[in-house]
Design a protein around this ligand. Structure first.
Ligand code: SF4
Length: 227
């Protein structure tokens, strides 16, 4: 395989079918390496902080799969790591648009300008945004990668974007150790009216030898790389 370039160098995982990632849809999932946070509960630490330790997925395998299976899929999920960090992300999204599939992007919400830009360019249909907990707990929840002030500013910008386009967002929290029911209520209170915070149960990571890899805190094995 040639050395991947551009956005394809960040594609470090591919799951060919998921029935639970995007509620109500059968999707495939593309995993992109790199993250701007350092959450101590991350299941995806290799992907987030050491993507070079994972093999890159060949572009043609993904584009062929999308072309051949587009009629059987209801969409594509882009997850990480943090997809909004990836340079030339639009190139990958345009490949998906070529086969006419809707796109969901998972994000920690810390790059709202990129979220707004992707929506404006019609390169994404839905964003699943993590609201990790009360703003005051963001430093602890993110390995001190984000201050309380920055978390509040970024998420409030995301909420304003969501108010203008409510069908394009949903919000979720993983109840990681140390996050209380009261914290979850606080996180819920940040959301614009009519949004319900989706609560995900935290599952402790498995041993490294099991190749655990998941979207954000919730375990999701990669396994099914297209061959
Ligand atoms: S949990 Fe998500 S946001 Fe946090 S470090 Fe891992 S991939 Fe990044």
């Amino acid at each position: 395989m040639d050395t991947p370039v551009g956005v394809w160098n960040y594609v470090r995982g591919f799951e060919n079918l998921s029935l639970c990632d995007w509620p109500g849809r059968a999707t495939c999932i593309i995993f992109l390496g790199g993250c701007n946070l350092h959450c101590p509960t991350c299941h995806n630490h290799e992907l987030a902080w050491d993507m070079q330790s994972l093999p890159a997925i060949d572009k043609t395998r993904i584009t062929s799969y999308l072309r051949d299976r587009a009629g059987w899929l209801d969409g594509v999920t882009i997850t990480g790591g943090e997809p909004t960090l990836v340079p030339a992300l639009g190139e990958l999204l345009m490949e998906i648009r070529k086969v006419g599939l809707p796109i969901k992007i998972d994000t920690n919400g810390m790059r709202p300008d990129i979220v707004a830009e992707l929506l404006e360019c019609n390169l994404a249909d839905v964003f699943a945004v993590d609201v990790k907990g009360p703003y005051a707990k963001y430093p602890a929840l993110t390995g001190h990668a984000v201050s309380e002030i920055a978390a509040k500013a970024n998420l409030e910008r995301i909420f304003r974007i969501a108010q203008a386009k409510p069908e394009a967002f949903y919000f979720r929290t993983t109840q990681v150790p140390g996050l209380t029911d009261s914290d979850i209520e606080t996180a819920q209170s940040y959301l614009p009216l009519d949004y319900e915070l989706k609560i995900q149960q935290y599952v402790p990571p498995r041993r490294k030898t099991e190749h655990a890899q998941s979207d954000h805190e919730t375990r999701r094995p990669v396994g099914n790389v297209v061959n």
